[in-house]
Design a protein around this ligand. Structure first.
Ligand SMILES: Cc1cc2nc3c(=O)[nH]c(=O)nc-3n(C[C@H](O)[C@H](O)[C@H](O)COP(=O)(O)O)c2cc1C
Length: 114
């Protein structure tokens, strides 16, 4: 492990970086937008820390990411395999230069009810 460069060491499967100021619970939230940059083709491991920290079995989770070129599907598979999620919507990948309008258009296309 110590032979890996710093960033890939932090991205090893079992690493779970601590969240600096975690919420006590996600009670009161039905829908969670889960946004992250793609690192080495996947979600950063702190996203896994977040997923393992709460109960998502009755929540809708919507993954979205930015990346240089990688798609979102590997991270979507990881997320759905890691914890039980009530409803996981198909995720969306944006380039790092995505505009507010790009994000708004995606948001408005989502099958969410008030
Ligand atoms: C450690 C690290 C690994 C990355 N790996 C990938 C990758 O595998 N595929 C990719 O398309 N972009 C990769 N990137 C680029 C990031 O996805 C991109 O910088 C990010 O989406 C933009 O958000 P930021 O401004 O928070 O970095 C990587 C960036 C970092 C720092």
């Amino acid at each position: 492990m110590h032979h890996l460069p710093c960033c890939s060491r932090f991205q090893a499967w079992t690493v779970r970086p601590e969240i600096a100021q975690p919420k006590d619970s996600l009670d009161g939230y039905d829908t969670v937008f889960l946004g992250y940059p793609i690192w080495w083709g996947e979600e950063p491991r702190i996203i896994d820390t977040f997923l393992e920290s709460y109960d998502f079995s009755d929540k809708t989770v919507i993954p979205f990411c930015t990346s240089a070129s990688s798609g979102i599907s590997a991270s979507e598979r990881n997320i759905s395999a890691l914890v039980t999620i009530g409803r996981q919507l198909t995720g969306k990948r944006f380039s790092a230069s995505a505009s507010e309008n790009d994000v708004r258009a995606w948001y408005e296309s989502l099958p969410l009810t008030e």
